[in-house]
Design a protein around this ligand. Structure first.
Ligand SMILES: [Zn+2]
Length: 156
């Protein structure tokens, strides 16, 4: 059964990092990649949830249907490559996520850089691109297919 969307304030908390665990990281134990009994974690993304976000066009943070603009949270490298790993979110969800993660000085959400290097950018559409056989990065990416506008370099 697919999980229901949750408002940002109702997201579960990562017991180790103390930050909200977004929809795309898996908010229900026993669903997706996370076997029953495993702790919730904001460190990685849940592959099944990521795919669900892409195909159902739901927010990677709260899990509710997306409108426009689409907000991407990513690293400078992801912005430069126009390929994000974290699914798009509502702008308000993305802003709340960045605010919550600002004090965390570690790589989280499957990203390869700490939050100080995160950038928030908006666009109107995206393509979900699965990795090819020869790609070293085996994770699917979300690639903006409209103009990408940087809202803020979310650094310190
Ligand atoms: Zn949302």
């Amino acid at each position: 059964m697919d999980p229901a969307p949750r408002a940002f304030g109702e997201l579960p908390t990562d017991p180790e990092l103390g930050v909200p665990v977004p929809f795309a990281a898996g908010t229900d134990v026993g669903y997706g990649d996370r076997p029953a009994g495993a702790p919730l974690s904001a460190r990685g993304l849940d592959k099944r949830r990521v795919t669900q976000c892409a195909l159902s066009r739901v927010c990677g943070v709260c899990g509710a249907t997306l409108g426009r603009p689409l907000a991407f949270v990513g690293t400078r490298t992801e912005v430069d490559r126009l390929a994000f790993h974290l699914p798009p979110a509502h702008l308000s969800c993305a802003q709340a996520l960045l605010a919550a993660y600002a004090p965390v000085g570690e790589a989280v959400l499957g990203l390869d850089a700490p939050p100080s290097a995160w950038v928030l950018a908006t666009t109107a559409s995206f393509e979900f691109v699965r990795p090819g056989r020869d790609d070293t990065d085996k994770r699917p990416t979300f690639q903006p297919s409209s103009a990408l506008t940087e809202v803020t370099p979310a650094g310190r």
